[in-house]
Design a protein around this ligand. Structure first.
Ligand code: NA7
Length: 552
């Protein structure tokens, strides 16, 4: 398949109804939705083309953990029928091809300015306009400012002493070069064993002379069992378009799998539990967490599934010391679990060594490699699979300022939590919307489902404002307080908040701890947002064009 090659074009116009930041899943659909509704709209992206994180994440083995048939847009049945995924889990290149296809089909690039990083977005209260500035100094104005910057797009490169002195090549998984990195015969170090590390380690190991994996915290992995799609399965899936769309939108997490047994894991005998976990394990994919209804809320129930996975690690990894190091001890799923292909088996290779940097932390990067408190490892290539400053990081890359010049960073400083209304809007930041912002289901859901819900809600909202002659919409402080408190309350009833992870901000030094995701369920959240809209945007202040009076 070939796609139109596009040169980045600078739009001479600099005044719009809406400006969107980002040309990934969020930005592309938001652009389409608003353009269809007749708004003048322009998207900006720092990358040279569409794709967002799927443009940047090109590391070996990069793929999505959501099944292909639901990791796509559902807003256009025509698009759903036209596009055919090749296998159960989509690889980065295929997702990028898909987003290129979408951009071509809907002719989106004509309203996207690439190679353009937005430096600042300031709300001008006197004129009720957003004033934006790109890094090259261009000034842009818009009524509405919409962020589609992704939740995992701001790389975390730990500040190790001596990185500048490293004489080999180093890469972060989230900003991988376009040309192939040659690992052949090289001594390679991978720091990090989250999704990116776990996906790339087996692939790099195949090629490297020797691979050293520097692990601080092991992951819980379940087999992906990826396979090519059968044409009959594709035919049935396409025939079920409406039902798939409904189910994912009403589900708890945006996936098709449902709770398997609506009872406690502790209600079954150990033998019954083993059988149930084994069935899910054999099917592959996410699903273990949905075997029983209390796995993410009850520590004792959680331990049963955690121990099941540990036993699988023990059975797979031949060296007992390595197997022990690979066994996680925190609550299963409280930190993002990972789907793997040959991950544990990789540790049976002679050219792979697991280095425990929990007990012997990395002290510095030297010209020749990595030094821990115990040993120095000579390396030719260093791979940082060290994750992201999640949720808030991508927003903080832009100097976003609302009323009285207060920045979003200042507003959210001091923790313990971001403060948003529905994860979409912020008090003090009129006419600004965040797609999959903090305190929405975002990263704890099949993200395209959450993106579509936000885009459609924002699109409907802007149409409502236009129809009603309203020029300013702003979340009320009390509505925001109540939403943040609700988010905390729901999260505190789970094990998510009892474990350090990027969900809580704990992976970034100095970041305030909170819980940045709404875990009340994708379907339940949709209902809340729809009710807010149905009640004339309850919790927002709306200011009409002519009157200075505010409708509350
Ligand atoms: P993750 O899941 O945040 O993983 C990052 C890994 O890097 C994790 O194992 C970290 O250990 C490790 N890390 C981070 N800093 C250090 C230092 N200083 N020393 C040693 N090890 C370190 O990022 P991914 O890119 O893998 O995945 C991100 C998401 O993308 C994923 O969840 C999917 O939603 C898609 P730690 O656990 O903090 O001890």
């Amino acid at each position: 398949m070939t796609f139109t090659q596009h040169k980045s074009q600078k739009n001479a116009n600099t005044d719009f109804d809406a400006v969107i930041i980002g040309a990934g899943f969020s930005g592309l659909y938001m652009l389409y939705r608003l353009r269809e509704a007749g708004f003048s709209v322009q998207a900006y992206d720092a990358a040279p083309d569409v794709g967002g994180v799927w443009y940047a994440n090109r590391y070996p083995g990069a793929k999505c953990d959501s099944e292909s048939i639901i990791y796509n847009y559902m807003f256009s049945e025509e698009l759903y029928q036209e596009w055919t995924w090749s296998s159960r889990y989509p690889e980065q290149a295929e997702i990028l091809s898909y987003l290129n296809y979408v951009a071509d089909k809907f002719d989106l690039r004509r309203d996207i300015q690439f190679n353009t990083r937005m430096r600042a977005a300031h709300y001008d209260e006197v004129n009720n306009r957003w004033r934006l500035q790109t890094e090259d100094g261009t000034h842009i104005t818009a009524t509405y400012f919409i962020t589609g910057v992704g939740n995992l797009s701001s790389s975390n490169i730990p500040k190790f002493k001596g990185l500048d002195s490293f004489e080999g090549d180093w890469y972060h998984t989230g900003h991988w070069p376009h040309e192939k990195v040659d690992f052949k015969g090289k001594r390679v170090g991978v720091i990090g064993t989250g999704s990116s590390g776990i996906q790339s380690i087996p692939v790099i190991a195949e090629e490297a002379g020797h691979l050293f994996v520097f692990q601080r915290t092991p992951g819980y992995c379940t087999p992906a069992r990826n396979h090519a799609y059968d044409p009959e399965f594709i035919r049935q899936t396409k025939a079920n378009y409406s039902e798939i769309k409904r189910q994912t939108r009403e589900s708890a997490t945006g996936y098709l799998h449902k709770l398997i047994h609506d009872r406690s894991a502790l209600a079954d005998s150990p033998e019954e539990r083993q059988r149930e976990y084994q069935k899910v394990w054999d099917r592959g994919g996410f699903g273990l967490g949905t075997t029983y209804n209390d796995l993410i809320i009850n520590p004792t129930a959680n331990e049963t599934v955690a121990e099941f996975i540990r036993s699988k690690i023990g059975e797979t990894v031949k060296d007992p010391k390595t197997a022990e190091l690979l066994k996680p001890t925190y609550y299963f799923a409280a930190k993002r679990p990972v789907l793997d292909t040959n991950y544990y088996e990789t540790y049976n290779r002679d050219n792979v060594t697991l280095v425990d940097v929990k007990s012997a932390p990395i002290t510095e990067i030297t010209p020749k490699g990595i030094k821990t408190t115990e040993e120095e490892y000579a390396l030719d290539i260093l791979v940082f699979a060290t994750g992201y400053d999640a949720m808030t990081g991508p927003l903080f890359k832009i100097d976003i300022r609302g009323k009285d010049g207060i920045s979003l960073k200042e507003k959210w400083a001091g923790g313990p939590q971001t403060r948003t209304y529905l994860g979409i809007a912020n008090a003090g930041f009129p006419n600004m919307f965040m797609i999959t912002g903090p305190e929405s289901p975002s990263s704890l859901s099949n993200v395209p489902v959450s993106i579509e819900q936000h885009v459609e809600w924002i699109g409907d909202c802007l149409e409502y404002l236009r129809e009603h002659g309203i020029t300013t919409i702003e979340a009320k402080a009390e509505a925001e307080e109540a939403w943040s408190a609700h988010c905390r309350e729901v999260a505190d009833a789970t094990l998510y908040t009892k474990t350090d992870s990027w969900y809580t901000g704990a992976n970034i030094e100095g970041k305030p701890r909170g819980f940045l995701i709404y875990v009340g369920g994708v379907g339940a959240y949709r209902k809340i947002c729809d009710e807010v809209a149905a009640k004339g945007y309850e919790g927002f202040s709306l200011t009409p064009t002519s009157a200075k009076e505010t409708i509350s």
